[in-house]
Every structure is written in C-alpha cells, then in structure tokens.
Design a protein around this ligand. Sequence first.
Ligand code: FMN
Length: 211
Amino acid sequence: MSVTVAVVYHSSFRGNVARLAASVAAGAETVYGASVRLIAVETVDDHWQYLHDCDAIVFGCPTYVGSVSARFKEFIESLAGEIWLDRLWLNKVAGGFTCSAGRGGDKFNCMLDLVVAATQMGMIWVPMPMTGGNYSTQGSEDDLNRMAGYLGVMAQANIDQTSEEAPPASDLRTAEAYGRHVTEVAAALRAGGVRRNAAPASVRPWRLAET
Ligand SMILES: Cc1cc2nc3c(=O)[nH]c(=O)nc-3n(C[C@H](O)[C@H](O)[C@H](O)COP(=O)(O)O)c2cc1C
C-alpha cells in the first residue's frame, strides 16, 4: 500500500536541521510504497495540496531562544484558519524534530511547541520508538537517541561546527529511524481506514496580514 509523507522544516543558522530533515526523509523512503517530499518552509506555498493530501507530516525546526524558530512559527500560525477550524488535518499523522547547540538548550520546549501545534490540528503524534541512549558508563555519544528524547528527534550540534560535522552521525541515524517509524505508523493507519477529512481544492493557508 502507498503512503505519502511530507517533511516540512526550517533551517537557517548552519543548515543543521536541513541535514536532519534529509535523514528523516531517507528513513521514510525505506518503507515499501512510501512517497516522500522534503519541503523547506520558505517554499511551503508551492506544496499546500500535497500537505492536505499526505498521510503524515514531520515538522522540524531549530531551537531558537528555547522555542520554535520564528519562521517556523509563522508557518504554524498559518494553519490556524480553515485547516484548524474545518479539521482538515484530522487524524493525519505527525512527528517532529529539533536541533540545538546545548545538550539541553531548552529544546524540549521547542518539541512541546510542535506537539501542541500538531494536536491543535487534530493530528496523531508519533513518539520516538526507541529508548534513550547514552544512559550509563557503557553508553556513548555514538548511541542512537543519545539525547534520550521521547517526543521526537532531539538532536544537538556544536555551535562552532559546520553542518558537515554536526549534528553527529548518531543523531542523523536517529532521525532516519524516526522517519521510518512515523511512516510505518502512517501506513498502518491508512491501511486501517482511519477517518480523514478531504480538503477542498481552494483551501489556502491563513495569513495574519490578510485578516
Ligand atoms: C537566534 C538563535 C537562537 C538560538 N537559541 C538556542 C537556544 O535557545 N538553545 C540552544 O541550545 N541553542 C540555540 N541556538 C543554536 C541553534 O539551535 C543550533 O545551532 C541549531 O542547530 C541551528 O539549526 P540550523 O542550522 O538548522 O538553523 C540558537 C541559534 C540562533 C541563531
């Protein structure tokens, strides 16, 4: 059975989140029948119909000042018109990922923002399937899920490294595994006939400037 996935992301400082987004998409593509679209948030206006129709959306943005980056927040707020009111994304699968420079860096708050936004839309949030790594003297930075996040992918990139060097391979592999998991859940829900609302062809995102 086919399953369609969108990875919508913002990345501006070093390109770290863009690398994670590519890993999430690569993981999603390993699921049989999956069709995956990577969408930089700046280009979202070219992709609304795909977003309405797809089975899952994975949201990704950097943690800026302990929260969702402003450009990504603008995208989230554009969902607050018909998409929210008419439950257009009801029962669509959702997931998320973020990256910060600090090990903590208040990125949990950013992830919570993503969870709240998705659930306000009536989406079904998929948590990280694996247990946290790097938990003990036997653990290491090479462990999958080394940040021990459970809401989604919590990545970390040293602030003085390029996106070629950071986030590390363990975070990219974690993102890949998560992308695959979200896609498997979406495929299962689709196969089970989960109820979804079709978007009329004319639906546009809500723009504060136009109200
Ligand atoms: C404006 C700004 C605010 C930031 N705020 C935080 C923060 O609150 N906590 C943190 O650990 N890192 C913070 N960082 C670091 C970024 O989260 C980190 O470099 C991230 O990987 C950037 O992703 P990007 O390259 O995809 O934009 C901040 C960076 C910028 C530019």
